[in-house]
Write a protein that binds this ligand. Sequence first.
Ligand SMILES: NC(=O)c1ccc[n+]([C@@H]2O[C@H](COP(=O)([O-])OP(=O)(O)OC[C@H]3O[C@@H](n4cnc5c(N)ncnc54)[C@H](O)[C@@H]3O)[C@@H](O)[C@H]2O)c1
Length: 454
Amino acid sequence: MENKYSIIGLGKLGCSMAAAIASRGIDVIGVDISKEAVDAVNNGYAPVQETDLDTTIKANKTRIKATLSHTEAILNSSVSFVIVPTPSDERGAFSLQYAKWAFREIGQALAKKDGYHLVVLTSTVLPGSTRYGLQPILEQESGKKCGVDFGLCYSPEFIALGSIIENFLSPDFTLVGEFDQRSGDILEQCYSQFMLNSPPCQRMSLENAELTKVALNTFITTKITYANMLSDLCERIPGGDVDIVTNAIGNDSRIGKKYLKGALGYGGPCFPRDNIALGFLAKELGAQATIAETTHQANIDLVPRIAAQVQNIVSPTDTVAVLGMAYKPHSHVIEESQGAFLAQTLAKSGIRVVVYDPLAAQTVRNEFKDLVVVLDTLEDCLKQAKVFLVTTPDPEFENISAESFGGKDVVIFDFWRMLDNQVTGHSNIRYIPAGRCRDETANERRLADLWCNQ
Ligand SMILES: NC(=O)c1ccc[n+]([C@@H]2O[C@H](COP(=O)([O-])OP(=O)(O)OC[C@H]3O[C@@H](n4cnc5c(N)ncnc54)[C@H](O)[C@@H]3O)[C@@H](O)[C@H]2O)c1
């Protein structure tokens, strides 16, 4: 029998998934509690900002329908993906509050349905959440039995904001946590229909899949943080250059080059909360997650350390410019962004801070009010400030040249080492690339002191 699909939660991930599935020529029905989101989708628009989402919805308008009714969606589909928020709670765990609400609605709809239905949880949760937190709600509300009347899977997506549709359709692998074989068989078959690239499917228990999702994210953050540690060391070694070291070790196939670049810390809505959640889980279970806790701590220690370096060189009349407020290029999201944290820390210490971001200006205005001055062009920013922090590797910043500063004395902290060729060798520019030796003489002396008299 042909599967029919519903998506519960038309947010950044859910709506992008609905659009991606529709782009494969498959009908999909979406549900949201927000009337604006439902209306937007039914009118052929994206309810949230995400790359290609608007055009994909428009191009597949006839295949995507949205509703406020969970019952309508469940009765008109055979497989439902649940993609509602799982915000961090005060313990650092992922809250099931929204998921429980959605599962109650789905359970009540299942009570009215004849025939088998597969429920797939896609939201990020910690191990045990699906089986012990959510399955009982489905059984209680529907009066039916999991594994008999309906199936259950946990299957997160490994996507990044800004490339959700592309990542969803061509993943490195799909992850299927299954309550039983029948549930897993159906979901594997769905993915083989959706995906463009025939990725391997990793099938496992619900709990192993829940752990795998958080493990993958926390492993990546550990790699980022490791490169940042090397960056800090290189600044204190004569001739030190983090790119030379990470490029070399990245050649080893056991390590690899991706996410191994000393720069700023990680940010955004997902990565920062995963180490905290893993730490919480480990504590509750009597295990140790020291690596996750240390990674998190090292990441949040970066901003005050850099802010102190900046504060050391600015005089009271200087303006500092932060170039890049989103947590990564091509994004308007400033949640947990290192650039935003830096701007905030410096501004709160009394420094005049101007900021520029190609996409995040409005978000910064809304969140920061008068704390910083948001400028609309890079040129304005370059004119107004004396000290510059380049916090994201946005292609627009590559256009900065020595001439951009009109001959005035400036200091540039370049965390991604993008401006090397353009600005070095100019007497008015003090260029400070992160991860490279900061002071040859002092660093030589330190190493000589360490080894000479041994
Ligand atoms: N955005 C990402 O890049 C990303 C990546 C991986 C995992 N995730 C996970 O996916 C989940 C959703 O993330 P998101 O970024 O799409 O969130 P979001 O806040 O953008 O969207 C969630 C949507 O769910 C809707 N909703 C809430 N309760 C509902 C209910 N009972 N029924 C129907 N709709 C409901 C909300 O109105 C909202 O539109 C989270 O667990 C997140 O951690 C997100």
